[in-house]
Design a protein around this ligand. Structure first.
Ligand code: NI
Length: 138
């Protein structure tokens, strides 16, 4: 049987701010630049999720696409679309800065428990814009 990778891409706008309250305004400005400015700013995020599994001979599919889309809606779009990412549990209370890198890992951790056992997550790519993205592979 053949294994195949499948990538689904979804888009949503969201806001964030890079800031550590234990640092001075100057330190935040030095480390984070304009990303530390108040108020928050937004991006049109594009998330690419790549999964891998055996291709089912009857359906020709590596994963039930509607099930994948429902998982992406539940774990990514519902909590993150038009949201302030700093408020997500992964980042709230300054647990972590909602950078492109950290968001890729947060999405990975959200998706893994919901995937079928026979299906592996291979890559989460978070694009913050045309010229900036981060890949996480677990
Ligand atoms: Ni930003």
């Amino acid at each position: 049987m053949a294994r195949a990778q499948l990538t689904r891409s979804i888009e949503f706008p969201a806001g964030h701010r890079y800031y550590r309250s234990e640092w001075s305004e100057q330190e935040n400005a030095v480390r984070f630049g304009k990303c530390a400015n108040e108020p928050a700013h937004g991006h049109d995020y594009r998330i690419e999720v790549t999964v891998e599994a055996e291709v089912d001979e009857q359906t020709g599919m590596a994963i039930d696409l509607s099930a994948l889309d429902e998982l992406l809606a539940q774990e990514i779009l519902r909590p993150m679309d038009h949201a302030f990412l700093n408020d997500l549990p992964e980042f709230a209370g300054e647990r972590a800065i909602p950078t492109t890198e950290n968001l890729a890992r947060a999405i990975w951790d959200r998706l893994v428990p919901g995937l079928p056992a026979a299906c592996s997550l291979r890559r989460v790519r978070v694009r913050e814009g045309r010229d900036l993205w981060s890949d996480y592979r677990g």
